[in-house]
Design a protein around this ligand. Sequence first.
Ligand SMILES: Nc1ncnc2c1ncn2[C@@H]1O[C@H](COP(=O)(O)OP(=O)(O)O)[C@@H](O)[C@H]1O
Ligand SMILES: [Mg+2]
Length: 249
Amino acid sequence: MSNTPATEINAKALSLISHKFKTPLSIITGYTQAVLAQTNKEKFSPFTTKALEEINLQGEELSKLLDKLMAFNQVLSAKQEGIQKQEVLLKPLIKQCAAKAIEQEKDVFSVTTADADATKKGTFIEIDCPENLAVHGNEEMLRLCIKELIANAIKFNNKLEKIIKVQGTNHGDCISISVRDYGTGIRPHDVERIFDVFYQVDDDFTGQVNGWGLGLSMVQQILDLHNGSVSVVSDRGLGSIFTVNFPTV
Ligand SMILES: Nc1ncnc2c1ncn2[C@@H]1O[C@H](COP(=O)(O)OP(=O)(O)O)[C@@H](O)[C@H]1O
Ligand SMILES: [Mg+2]
């Protein structure tokens, strides 16, 4: 251990902590879901039902936070160990990421009230990408990157109808993927800081509390690993466009 570099120890500690938390958490959420499924047979008081729903919801949220931590850690490890690259077709990857992002949003609301149900119904992700558009990169890292941008586009968006547009474009010397939303937008002084590790915009503005502030730092590091770049254009109240650029080889 004494010869292990500090960054490697941190990565190992993060990975260990996340895995150790994961199992007890899935037991908590698994049991609360199983008990809630009995509500027709058992007569629970409104308080008991509410308490179980809340335990389940918070368990799911914690589990998502751990997934984020594990994803960030995967990128830290990739930076130390290097990545394997291959031709990755973008359209199917974007489709998978979009489906996953919507599914994860539904997970959170699966046992909550009808009101929450109404909001989730309004998430639409439009994908505009040529069938043969490909990036020379690491598929897993690209997946983490696209998933994060789509998840943010859904999360920082208080509209009932959330429209998100994902576009893949070949510019000749580079290939870009842009994720556009019409959500809260970001103030100029925050735009400069959102790629910093652990940075989150104060909650009054976004109305969101959940997260680590690790996602965009992770996106930035993934682009660094691909000799690419990430940029954002945003207007408060109008929404944001995040664009990642990959060099063509
Ligand atoms: N699409 C977006 N619209 C508005 N704000 C965003 C968007 N994406 C990111 N942000 C802001 O940037 C901050 C950092 O994002 P991120 O690193 O992904 O952290 P997290 O999602 O854990 O809060 C967020 O807290 C949010 O305030
Ligand atoms: Mg995020």
